[in-house]
Write a protein that binds this ligand. Structure first.
Ligand SMILES: *Cc1c(COP(=O)(O)O)cnc(C)c1O
Length: 224
């Protein structure tokens, strides 16, 4: 499945919904964010035709090249930015992104507040303290949420990417994120990807971010 068809994506959505249900989640309530990084605007259109309502992108440059043409088709999916976010990229993204999932420091939050006042954001938590990953430390999340709220951003939840580890570790990391979100009274928890969505749903994910499960392997070696 190099270029996925509408039927492929529909079948992928059905499989993801089955997995959510099998993990004890409610497939009507857990939002599926279809991650289209590495695929062109044509694949985004295919995804929308298959019923996708929420789309995730990782790379600012790719998003800016791809999304103006999606927006002119009249389609209005919610666009989530799920990649590493640099302050100097916020300006070019501001007119396109609906949900900023990877805010991990106040300087980035301040720039979002300046370019897209009142924007919907999630705070990314680096729950495994992995040096190569974005996200704030779990110990710092309360302060960051307070700062972002003070900037009049609409902080709706936490986002995390679990370590590639054994199931017990992954599950424990998702539990930690869920507990932090509960403590902060944040309703959304964006956790789980193709490989670990059951653990995330079991721990209370309200959004899963899936690429491979819907579209197959990414072309051109976009791995992360
Ligand atoms: C690429 C990516 C995904 C989707 O990954 P799959 O394994 O293809 O489901 C989800 N979240 C983030 C942050 C990603 O970078």
């Amino acid at each position: 499945m190099s270029v996925p068809t509408v039927d492929d994506v529909r079948a992928g959505l059905d499989r993801v919904r089955d997995r959510i249900e099998a993990a004890g989640g409610d497939a009507e309530k857990v939002r599926i964010v279809a991650v289209t990084k590495g695929f062109d605007a044509g694949v985004v259109s295919v995804a929308l035709a298959a019923g996708v309502t929420d789309v995730g992108e990782n790379y600012a440059q790719e998003l800016v090249a791809k999304w103006p043409s999606v927006r002119t088709t009249g389609a209005s999916p919610r666009l989530h930015f799920v990649g590493r976010l640099q302050r100097n990229k916020v300006r070019s993204l501001a007119g396109l992104v609906d949900v900023w999932q990877t805010v991990d420091r106040s300087s980035v939050g301040a720039e979002i507040a300046r370019r897209a006042p009142g924007a919907t954001v999630l705070v990314q938590v680096n729950v495994g303290d992995e040096p190569q990953k974005g996200g704030c430390r779990l110990d710092d999340v309360d302060d960051l949420v307070a700062e972002l709220s003070g900037l009049d951003l609409d902080v709706v939840g936490l986002m995390a990417i679990a370590e590639q580890a054994d199931l017990a570790t992954v599950r424990d990391q998702f539990d930690q994120v869920r507990r932090a979100a509960d403590r902060l009274a944040l309703p959304e928890r964006s956790m789980g990807m193709t490989a670990d969505l059951e653990a995330a749903v079991g721990a209370g994910a309200t959004m899963v971010r899936v690429g491979t499960a819907l579209f197959g392997p990414r072309p051109g070696g976009a791995i992360a």
